[in-house]
Design a protein around this ligand. Structure first.
Ligand code: PTJ
Length: 243
């Protein structure tokens, strides 16, 4: 039991949730390591949404709303931490939700789909086919889902699939606290923010952006600028950590 007045309450609750979901086979054991890496980068960014990340979140909303066939791709960590957030974003932008796993088993697909369904998300189902040019199981996706998408939101991605999706001409929006990851550098837009902070902000922007604002954000989207701003912020914090 984590006391609510613990200074790191939010972080500890998230960690406990990841551990519980790993015990249930929702989160892959490798996903526990990925979460820890995320925690470390979140420390560096100050465990807060920077002004730059907030702009990236608005841009993500604009891209999702401009898409003809947006898809939110969900893995084990995302379902564990943010099933509600995925469902709310789906309602706000009309995206399809598809489960796509690196460590793929039918049992995990079912468990993750159930968590998402319970949170109110409508999850695509059907026969996954090996449609992406990848040698691992993230190649398996739905013909009417990720394969047909023009914009794919990929929280906690692995770099290979991000590159494959870009090569197929898709716009890829990543949420990744590590601005140096291959995913972050390959995506069309990377939100350097923690998943559970990012999703509600994207949803909020979907509900409030005017058509003119959306157009300006899509036109001005430059991933290199967002990555540089995230690295600058981390560097600034490191340089002044003991001041
Ligand atoms: O559920 P599966 O089988 O699809 O497996 C998923 C994992 C997470 C194991 C797989 O996608 C993976 O190996 O991911 P990586 O390559 O470790 O990348 C995860 C990235 O997400 C890292 O750069 C972390 O810094 C970042 N990250 C971790 N937790 C969060 C995060 N970014 C934002 N919010 C988080 N909560």
């Amino acid at each position: 039991m984590i006391p609510e007045d613990h200074p790191r309450y939010r972080s500890l609750v998230a960690r406990e949730r990841i551990a519980a979901c790993a015990r249930h086979g929702v989160v892959a054991l490798e996903g526990v390591a990925a979460h820890g890496r995320g925690e470390a980068f979140d420390y560096l960014i100050g465990e807060t949404t920077t002004e730059s990340a907030a702009r990236a979140e608005q841009t993500a909303a604009a891209l999702l709303l401009a898409a003809a066939h947006p898809v939110i791709s969900v893995n084990g960590n995302t379902a564990a931490l943010a099933a509600d957030g995925v469902a709310a974003l789906q309602r706000a932008c009309g995206a399809a939700v598809e489960v796509n796993l690196f460590h793929r088993t039918e049992s995990r697909i079912e468990k993750i789909s159930a968590i998402l369904g319970k949170a109110g998300a409508r999850v695509l189902d059907g026969e996954a086919e090996r449609l992406l040019p990848l040698s691992h199981d993230r190649a398996l996706c739905l013909r009417n889902g990720i394969y047909a998408a023009d914009v794919v939101l990929v929280p906690l991605e692995d770099g290979d699939r991000c590159a494959a999706l870009r090569d197929m001409g898709k716009t890829v929006i990543a949420i990744d606290l590590n601005p140096l990851s291959r995913t972050a550098r390959t995506a069309s837009l990377t939100i350097v923010d923690e998943l559970t902070r990012a999703l509600p902000r994207i949803t909020g922007a979907c509900e409030t952006l005017t058509p003119g604002e959306r157009e300006r954000l899509v036109f001005g989207c430059d991933n290199t600028v967002f990555l540089r701003e995230a690295l600058d912020e981390m560097t600034r914090r490191l340089c002044h950590a003991l001041d």
